[in-house]
Design a protein around this ligand. Sequence first.
Ligand code: NAP
Length: 299
Amino acid sequence: MLTGMHVVIIGGDARQLEVIRKLSEQDAKVSLIGFEQLDDGFAGANKHTFQTIDPKTVDAVILPVSGANQEGEVESIFSGEKLTIDEKWLKETPNETVIYSGISTQYLKKLTQQTNKTLIEVFDRDDVAIYNSIPTAEGTVMMVIQHTDITIHDSKVLVTGLGRVGTTVARTFQSLGASVSVAANESDLRARAFEMGFKAFDLSQLEKKVIDTDVVINTIPAKVVTGEVLSKMPPHTLVIDLASKPGGTDFRYAEKRGIKALLAPGLPGIVAPKTAGKIIANVLSTLLFDQWEVLKGGN
Ligand code: NAP
């Protein structure tokens, strides 16, 4: 239980509701900033502004998946106001206060360094990334169905990258009957891809391998689906780019060539916000529990 722990949740989307629910169940004192348009009431969670919270009482701060942008602005679908997390407020919190964010940004890194706070990037963890790859793969299936006029079954799907997302995506399309190939730089990943029943090849071969592909799914956060690669694809090929912004595709050239190429960020939050929220909530509650044990031990 998190009885007595003061957790401030700043902004977010529908996924954050699962976090509020979980922390309320665990008896934390939850203060919500940027939630004035939220209708649901959660026992033990109260709406606030930065001005109505005494920073000295704060044990943990939870930011949304996107963290804070370069101006310190935090997104909230539950607020019409601009939300900014700044140095002055954070400096007032105790040294032990931990900041949890989905991803980190330059601003957040600098802010937490300047205020001497620990920053934990929840999405950096393997467990979160692997759980999250499930709704990501389902969202990719949805997009492929929406943007093609062929079945996935018997189609030729090429996945670039065999990391946490690439592995789940490749397996999902394979289980729907697609013929899946995987492009990866490392020979051990290609060996694993082969073992899993995919055709595997080195990334340097991409130009040659896209010539008869129906769908290309990029998971590599680097420019890999270049103009040269796009120029070899059949015109009907659909490119879905899952890599974090700006993606790994030359979208300008794809448009010029008439190839449909779509950057598809944040699929878990779009197709399965409840599941995606539960993934974050479960990990956060474990992390907060560990932090709280240490804090209580030190008191
Ligand atoms: P990951 O486990 O780190 O896998 C990335 C893969 O790309 C690995 O195979 C990696 O190989 C390879 N790679 C990275 N940089 C490369 C480069 N410069 N050249 C060649 N290969 C390179 O990451 P992940 O968890 O699968 O996530 C992949 C991307 O999807 C990330 O950008 C992530 O933010 C994004 N994502 C998007 C969604 C969505 O909804 N669209 C959801 C979740 C994640 P090495 O390990 O050898 O570097």
